[in-house]
Write a protein that binds this ligand. Structure first.
Ligand code: F6P
Length: 553
């Protein structure tokens, strides 16, 4: 329990404000303050966060800023960037910011028995990556048969997949990639079967991406792809065409990957924060080194903003605080992310791990249950597709769902009208969520179209919208590497700020362990002839039924 009177007072103040009858009335806030749009907008250069359509009012924002202060956000931020142990359950720093820092930035990370010169280590590995990318692109590095590579196949899961997969889409869908990137994450054999037919083994560079190099899914897939390639080209191809991205250099060596194809990082980089590390190598190979470096520069620009901007103008802090208001004060436990940009189609999936693996916790740092609800359920799809699937619920369902809209002002294609249609839809969705439509308006519309009165009475309630549904809008000039880096770091720091306020460890993930252990127990029971073990009655029956359906009981 955080024994802190100002903190308790700040939470009480938020609860009092939330109990006010107008707490959810966003339209009333606009009516009361003609300057609300400007007052509730903050920017980092062209990157703008408009949170005026959120439910936060001026008193709530003052209370939220007091909450951040009372929670010790300033000291937490200093400890985070100082490389202190901010992940106490694993005894680790969270120093992913060093991966995008200047080589001489002097960032350090605390280790159990000392300290890493994090900026310097990251820069040295970056140089090695850049050299590798240059050799692949120039054809100096080729496959075992002498053909240049045309595909990079990344084998990894979770943070070793979601970040690079999302970034490759974001940075290559608008143009022609240097190399095609393919991502194999699921241990389901259908996943590799579905892509193997379109891979030319002689021209495929395989990267085994795993922080621990022990993850069952990744190692299973790595061995399968290794056998496939050796079967097609002979064992010698493995040395020439396999690389590894990992912290576990001993295990990488045992797999038989050449040291010059191995790119390392340290435990102070969490899996879901690792796209800036060698885990980002597929991004550099597909999108080019300049785009990857621009992404790092963008992340660094957001770091500097997060470190320097006053909290009331600080984008990650404001995004975090609007979230806290919606989740903890108004009890809205979901968060929708709608990027109106096809290139960001994997951004919600990436954010799901970033937010839910970081802050999906119910125990506070002191081991007691948390006192306030933590991470919302995050989901999303690209706009406009989402409008034709789940947006019905967001507009008219029983629970308001806060939405983050994201889009670029300038598109990287030559169909300006399509871009205007896209953005008109994004703006219209946010406007509709705010404005709504009263039953009287719905009735008047139907009457104007000549509908019969009994039909109007029956149908108008279904055509009404409550409005006052909250959203944020994040707009930027263009989606390039620099902006992608800013966006990723924006959400990373948002998550850290919320974790600080909820007093949880945002950098561990013990919740994924139990299932892994139980899968290890069930696996041998699924072998033909093996007996089902002692489980709950449902699991035992399902094991038996599975085997019966396979004719193996
Ligand atoms: O899902 C649990 C997790 O540990 C994630 O945190 C991580 O990103 C993923 O598995 C993959 O881990 P690794 O990179 O070690 O294979």
């Amino acid at each position: 329990m955080q024994n802190n009177a100002p903190l308790a007072a700040a939470w009480t103040r938020l609860a009092d404000l939330a109990a006010h009858p107008e707490a959810r009335d966003i339209r009333a806030r606009f009516a009361a303050d003609p300057d609300r749009a400007a007052r509730f907008t903050a920017s980092l250069d062209d990157l703008t966060l408009d949170y005026s359509k959120s439910s936060v009012g001026p008193e709530a924002m003052a209370a939220l800023l007091a909450l951040a202060e009372a929670a010790g956000l300033e000291a937490f931020r200093a400890r985070l960037f100082g490389g202190d142990v901010v992940n106490p359950t694993e005894g680790r720093a969270a120093m992913h910011m060093a991966l995008r820092s200047a080589p001489d930035a002097g960032m350090r990370a605390t280790l159990p028995g000392g300290v890493d010169e994090a900026s310097r280590l990251a820069a040295a590995e970056r140089d090695k990556m850049q050299d590798f990318v240059r050799k692949v692109h120039s054809g100096e590095l080729r496959g075992a048969t002498g053909l240049p590579f045309n595909t990079v196949l990344n084998i990894g899961i979770g943070g070793s997949d979601l970040g690079p997969r999302m970034a490759v889409d974001a940075l290559t869908l608008a143009g022609t990639p240097h190399l095609r990137a393919r991502f194999l994450s699921n241990v389901d054999g259908h996943a590799f079967a579905a892509m193997a037919h379109e891979l030319d083994p002689a021209r495929t560079l395989v990267l085994v991406a795993s922080k621990t190099f022990t993850t069952l899914e990744t190692m299973t897939n790595a061995h399968a792809v290794r056998a496939w390639m050796a079967g097609q080209l002979g064992e010698a191809a493995i040395g020439a065409q396999f690389g590894a991205l990992s912290t576990n250099l001993a295990a990488v060596g045992a797999f038989g990957i050449r040291p010059e194809h191995v790119f390392g990082f340290r435990d102070w980089v969490g899996g879901r924060y690792s796209v800036w590390s060698p885990i980002g190598l597929p991004v550099a190979l597909a999108a080019g080194w300049e785009a990857f470096q621009a992404m790092l520069d963008g992340g660094r620009a957001m770091d500097e903003h997060f470190l320097r901007a006053p909290f009331a103008e600080n984008l990650p802090v404001l995004l975090a605080l609007t979230g806290i208001w919606h989740i903890d004060a108004l009890d809205l436990r979901t968060q929708c992310v709608l990027a109106y940009d096809e290139r960001l189609r994997r951004f919600p999936a990436y954010l799901q791990q970033l937010e839910m693996e970081s802050n999906g916790k119910s125990v506070a740092l002191d081991g007691h249950p948390v006192e306030h609800p933590t991470c919302p359920v995050v989901f999303g799809e690209p706009g406009t597709d989402a409008q034709h699937s789940f947006m019905q619920l967001v507009h008219q369902g029983t629970q308001p769902v806060p939405v983050d809209f994201l889009f670029a002002a300038v598109a990287d294609h030559d169909r300006p009208e399509a871009h205007r249609i896209l953005i008109a839809n994004a703006l219209a969705q946010a406007e509709a969520l705010l404005r709504g439509k009263t039953a009287a308006e719905a009735e008047a519309e139907m009457r104007a179209k000549g509908a019969a009165e009994d039909h109007i009475r029956a149908v108008a309630p279904h055509r009404a919208f409550s409005g006052n549904r909250p959203s944020n809008t994040i707009m930027f000039r263009r989606l390039d590497g620099f902006t992608l880096g800013r966006l990723i770091a924006l959400y990373e720091h948002k998550v850290a700020v919320q974790g600080c306020i909820w007093n949880i460890d945002s950098f561990d993930q013990w919740g994924v362990e139990l299932g892994k252990v139980l899968a290890g127990g069930i696996l041998p029971e699924l072998a033909a002839g093996a007996q089902a073990g002692a489980h709950d009655a449902s699991t035992t029956a399902l094991v038996r039924r599975f085997k019966a359906l396979r004719g193996e009981s």
